[in-house]
Write a protein that binds this ligand. Structure first.
Ligand SMILES: [Zn+2]
Length: 96
């Protein structure tokens, strides 16, 4: 017994959690999630279709959890706000 060199370093792989997810609305991998640790709110925004939402997460939850909540919400019909800022093209004519 003894004399066994045991150099086992438990290396904690700090996983880089991707913050870009597939957008449920447009299907592109352009959904960015930004977490505010002060309020524990995740702001979700797609760079392609501009779908945008904010979900509450807990201290231990990550972007991926926020994404799950967002997708849930999305498919539950509680659609996020879609901002259409592409152009000032208002199809509603308001001339009277
Ligand atoms: Zn999208």
């Amino acid at each position: 017994m003894g004399g066994r060199k045991r150099k086992k370093v438990v290396r904690r792989l700090r996983k880089t959690i991707p913050k870009i997810f597939a957008c449920p609305n447009c299907g592109e991998k352009t959904l960015g999630i930004d977490i505010d640790r002060e309020t524990n709110e995740a702001t979700i925004k797609c760079g392609r279709c501009q779908i945008e939402d904010v979900v509450k997460i807990s201290n231990v939850e990550q972007a991926v959890d926020a994404y799950g909540k967002f997708v849930d919400k999305y498919y539950n019909g509680d659609k996020a706000v879609i901002k259409n800022e592409e152009s000032g093209d208002v199809s509603e004519s308001k001339d009277q």
